[in-house]
Design a protein around this ligand. Structure first.
Ligand code: PMP
Length: 363
């Protein structure tokens, strides 16, 4: 069934235990009395709903901007804020509209006309989409059966740039840093997609200064709970950053988003607190799912990649949850079509999800 979705106005109240997680789903087709919109909980997009009301209120009330003027050309002030926060130099940072746009600029810049881009499978589906729409040749490298990465000698000499998603969407696993170090010793551009890195025990930022062939991509959509402002950034050697900037439009990131991101950094204690909460809830949800016989991979993200109890079809579970107002992610690809990907929610949502799943499995 197809739906037209509209985000419900972002109203956080104490009475609403799900905070901004509600959106209203409008069934497609003409609206009539049998076709009423209903509220649903989206656990299929890996947004972060564990930040508090005070955080969002602060970000909006702190706004001090002049929207009659163009924004800063390449978000220079935001680059400085980000650099200060993650401990790199401002000239090692480039900002664009979400990490999706950052990735597109990186691919277009780092893969020459006849060059080849590599990425592992299964991974984030947007890599292949960007490559296809930009006529970039790709090599898909299958992950091993346990979703860890294969030896590099089999493919690394045939590609110009390689995307490593760490932690990986959808498998939720972080890539061993020794593997990334080994890749960096080879003649290949290594693009590490770290949009979930804040939830992980490891990241690659400390490798930037010593490796000119490393580009890292990050976002405000996940740990910062700001998917709506569409801010992503690249971190790399300044020569690479200058090349990326040559391939992007000036003034492309709007004033409002730049200002909100800077204010988020100024108030980063909220994000830090929500990280702690997410890790706690991730464990809680994972244990809850294991108790009802789901097989859950050890997640380093804000979602869980899990297999329902044997003999139970994940598509059936997803349909039954949808009827009860909860969306989770299913997969068509053969290797992962027996898995579900579920975003970690608040305690209330996680309890509600487990309750609904118990009920579905009992029926
Ligand atoms: N990379 C990965 C691995 C993702 O899962 C996503 C979004 N879910 C993105 C990049 C894009 O994130 P955004 O454009 O919101 O920064």
């Amino acid at each position: 069934m197809t739906y037209v979705t509209r985000i419900n106005h972002l109203k956080h109240t104490d009475k609403n235990p799900f905070n901004n997680l509600f959106i209203i789903i409008y069934p497609s087709g003409p609206m009539d009395s049998r076709n009423e919109p209903r509220e649903i909980i989206r656990l299929d997009l890996n947004e972060n709903h564990l930040l508090c009301e005070e955080y969002y209120e602060t970000l909006v009330s702190d706004l001090d901007i002049d929207i009659s003027d163009y924004p800063s050309e390449y978000s220079e002030e935001l680059c400085q804020s980000i650099a200060g926060h993650i401990g790199v130099r401002p000239d090692q940072v480039m900002v664009a509209n979400g990490s999706d746009e950052v990735l597109e600029i990186i691919f277009k810049t780092m893969v020459s006309k006849d060059g080849v881009l590599g990425y592992y499978e299964p991974t984030y589906g947007y890599y292949s989409l960007i490559a296809n729409t930009n006529d970039i040749k790709v090599v898909e490298i299958p992950l091993k059966s346990d979703f860890t990465l294969p030896g590099i000698d089999g493919f690394v000499d045939d590609i110009d740039a390689l995307v490593v998603c760490s932690p990986n969407n959808p498998t939720s696993l972080t890539v061993d840093k020794r593997y990334i170090r080994a890749l960096l010793e080879r003649d290949v551009v290594v693009i590490v997609d770290e949009v979930y890195a804040e939830f992980s025990s490891e990241d690659c930022l400390d490798l930037i200064d010593d490796h000119e062939n490393l580009l890292i991509c990050r976002t405000f959509s996940k740990a910062w709970g700001l998917a709506g402002i569409r801010i992503g950034y690249a971190v790399s050697d300044n020569d690479n950053i200058m090349q990326l900037i040559e391939n992007m439009r000036a003034y492309c990131v709007n004033t409002l988003s730049q200002s909100i991101a800077m204010s988020a950094i100024d108030n980063s204690h909220h994000m830090e607190r929500s990280l702690e909460k997410t890790l706690k809830e991730r464990e809680y949800l994972s244990e809850g799912l294991e108790e009802i016989d789901f097989n859950v991979l050890p997640s380093e993200t804000n979602f869980l990649f899990c297999r329902p109890p044997s003999g139970i079809d994940p598509f059936e579970i997803s349909r039954a949850l949808e009827e009860r107002g909860i969306l989770v992610k299913t997969f068509e690809e053969a290797r992962i079509n027996d898995f579900l990907r579920i975003t970690v929610g608040t305690r209330d949502i996680n309890d509600r999800l487990i309750e609904e799943l118990e009920d579905i499995l009992d029926s």
